[in-house]
Design a protein around this ligand. Sequence first.
Ligand code: ARG
Length: 566
Amino acid sequence: MIDFKSKIVSGLSGLIESVEPKEIEGMIEVPADSNMGDFAFPCFKLARIFRKSPNLIAEDIAGRFEEEDYLESVASVGGYVNFKIDKETYVSDVMGDVISQKDRYGSSCEGCGKKVVVEFSSPNIAKPFHIGHIRTTVIGNSINRIYKFLGYDTVSVNHLGDYGTQFGKLIVAFSSWGVREDVEKEPIKELLKLYIRFHEEAEKAPELEDQAREWFKRLENKDPEAVEMWQWFREVSLKEFSRVYSLLDIEFDSYAGESFYSDKMPEIVDQMRERNLLEMSQGAEIVNLEDFGMPPAIITKSDGSTLYITRDIAAAKYRKETYDFYKNIYVVGSQQILHFKQLIKILELMGCQWAGDCVHVPFGMVALEEGTMSTRKGRVVFLEDVLKKAVERTEEIIEGKNPDLENKHEVARQVGIGAVMFQELSNSRIKDYVFSWEKTLSFEGETGPYVQYTHARCSSLLRKGGLFEAGDFDASILTDEVSMDIIRQLGKFKETVSEAGRKYEPAVISRFVVDLAQLFNRFYHEHSIVVEDLKVRRARLALAMCVKQTLKNGLALLGMQAPEKM
Ligand code: ARG
C-alpha cells in the first residue's frame, strides 16, 4: 500500500525545516469528515515559532506544497492544511492490495520473530464445559488468530484444571457409588452427579472429607491406583471437550494443564523460600502482599499440598523457559483479576524480569435470560447443547428461507456456530451481557449471520456476473461517495487488525466487518452491479470481490467460516 502519510510528511518537511519530520508525522490528523480531506495538518502549534497566525501559515504551506499525482488537492481551511488523495490512485492502490494479497490481506509482520503464548479455554475436568466457558474459548481463539496474522509465532495453551483436592473427592465418590458404564456413556454428567452426591453425603458423614484428602495425597505421591483413576477421569472429560472444540474449529498446541506442573512444585517453593518470600501462617506458607495492597497468597497448605496459584507460578516459569515468550497472555474471566495481579507481583518478587510480559486479558460474565447458573444445583447450560441448538435452529431457518440450498447441514453448522461466536465477540469483552437466542440467530442487525450473508451475497454476484480478470478494472468508475466509503473502510483493515491485537480486543474486528457489510449493502441497494456496460460491471464486481475477501479474512480472525451460499 502506498504510504500517503509519509509522502505528505516528507513534502511538509521540505517546507518547515525547524520542525523534525517525526514531530510533523505526530501532528498529522485524519479528519472525521472525509469531505474535508484524507489528512490534515494543523498549524496552531507553529504560530508561536513563526509568529504568524495559523491561518496565514496554513495558506502559505498550501500555496507552496508541491502537488504530485497522488494528490487531488491541497487546501487551507481555518488553520489546517487539508490534503485530499487522488481518488483513482487510492482506489487502485487499496483494491490492488486486496486482489493480490487475498487471504493474507490485512496481515503484517509486526510480530515476526516474536513468540506469544495465548492461554485460553482451560476448563476443569470432570466439571461441565458450560456456557460460562464460551467467552474465554471464543475470545482466546480469536486473539490467537489475530496474533498469528500479525506475524507472531503463537502457542495456544489449554491450562486444563486437572489437579487439586477435588479429585480426592471424586475418587471416593466413584469408588463408593460410581458405575463405570454410566460414566463412560455420559462422563461429565455422571461425574458431576457423583461430585454433588459427595458433598451431600459428606454433610452427614464428615469422615468422607478425610478419605478424600487421603486419596489426594496418594495421587500426589503417584500411587498407581489413584493415578489410574484420575487419568481415566481426565481422558473421558477430554473426549467430551474435544467434541466442543471440533464444533468450534479450535485446536491447541499444548494441553499442559495444572497436573503437568505437579512435580515442578517443590522447586518453585524452594526458590520462594530462598528469596525469603514465604511466611508461616496457621501452618500454611503464604506470600504477604500487604505492601502492594493485596491479600496474602497461600502457596502451600498446612498438609503440604500446593494451590492453584502455586501451579500458575510454575506454569509461567515453565513457559518462559520453554518458549522464551515475548508475551504470555491469559484469557480468563474478570473474577480472577486479583489472582493474576498476585501472580504477576509474586513473579516480580521472585526476580523474574519478564513478569511484566505476562498479561491478563479479562472479560465480563455471561448470564442467561433464565437467570444465573449454578453447578451445584444442576442449573447448568452445557456449551455443547448451546452449539447444537444453534445449528438446529439455523437448519430450521434455512429450511424456511432457502430449502434447496446445497450442503444445507454444513452451512447450518457454519452459520449457527458462527452466530454464537460472533455474539461473544461483538460486545467489548469486559462487559457483562445476557445471552439471547433471539439476538444471536437474527439474520438482520449487527450479527454474525448478517456478515456471513453479505459475504454470500458478494459470492452470488460474482457467480452471476461472469468471469473477469481480477485487477483489470477502471478505477474511475468507483470514485463516487458510496464506493469510496467502502474503499476507505477496506483501506483501514490492516490498522484495524493491529489495533485489535494491541488492545486484545476482537470486538474491534467484529465492528469492522459489520461496518463493511453495511457499507456494501448500501452500495448494493443504490447501484446495479451486474449491468450491461461491461466496464462498469467489471469495476463493481471487482469491488464486490474485494469486500468478499476482506469480510472472509475478518471472519477468519474471529474464528468464523464464510460460506459461499446461504
Ligand atoms: N480452570 C480455571 C477455571 O475454570 C481457569 C484457568 C485459568 N488459567 C490460569 N492459568 N489460571 O476457572
